[in-house]
Design a binder for this molecule. Structure first.
Ligand code: SF4
Ligand code: SF4
Length: 219
């Protein structure tokens, strides 16, 4: 999932000061799981805006904010209310916000959230970064994402600075290479691990901006 957090009110205030009426759009996917785009988040923002003397013309929660055509269809039902609004506030990740931007080139669109990372939810509203979308997944070799979890981006074994199994950069975390080693040892895969050290990574696969068209069959 894409993890997002709400901006602080003082970060939003300079934008809010400029306009009088707002339409709010949330997202029912990742942003809802993060508590940044669900009904509760929308109503909290609506209440705050109204306390500030602003007019909230309406709101809706997109099913999947980053799904461009589906969101456009959903938004068409609210066209009249959106047209009456000075500005749209989007409670989603950056991708969802840009869906809305595509359709309203002449209207100010303000992201209410900051987009943080691709992660997993350990407990309610507790997230861990797990994947940097490097474009070439080798979890099958390492068993844990060394690209994301090693602060020095060591891709061919530990840096040698680990102490008692802890990362020298962050002593609260285990060295990811020790984790990888333990996982592969449990699987009886250690030999393959040594044989398949990753070598130089092809970072061109992680260059932005990236486009991708899915094919129907596995290629
Ligand atoms: S190896 Fe790359 S694609 Fe796989 S989990 Fe790590 S960052 Fe993501
Ligand atoms: S101690 Fe391990 S996780 Fe930390 S920087 Fe070195 S190799 Fe990476």
């Amino acid at each position: 999932m894409i993890v997002s957090k709400k901006k602080k009110i003082e970060e939003l205030s300079p934008y809010i000061d400029q306009y009088n009426s707002y339409f709010l759009i949330g997202c029912s996917e990742c942003a809802s799981l993060c508590g940044t785009g669900d009904e509760e988040a929308i109503l909290e923002l609506k209440e705050w805006l109204e306390k500030e003397g602003k007019n909230v013309t309406g709101w809706f929660i997109a099913k999947t904010g980053c799904q461009i055509l589906g969101t456009k269809r959903e938004m068409s039902k609210f066209k009249e209310l959106i047209d009456k609004s000075d500005c749209i506030l989007v409670l989603s990740c950056g991708a969802g916000t840009q869906t809305i931007m595509e359709f309203f080139e002449d209207k100010p669109i303000i992201p209410v959230n900051d987009t943080l990372f691709i992660g997993n939810m350990r407990r309610f509203k507790e997230f861990e970064e797990r994947c940097r979308a490097c474009g070439e997944c080798f979890l099958a070799i390492t068993g844990v994402c060394v690209v994301t979890l090693c602060p020095k981006n060591m891709l061919n074994g530990p840096c040698g600075g680990y102490k008692d199994g802890r990362c020298e950069v962050n002593l609260h975390k285990k060295c990811v290479w020790i984790i990888a080693f333990n996982i592969l040892e449990k699987r009886g895969d250690i030999d393959r691990f040594y044989e398949s050290l990753l070598g130089p990574k092809d970072w061109s696969k992680a260059n932005s901006p990236r486009d991708y068209v899915a094919k129907e069959k596995i290629n």
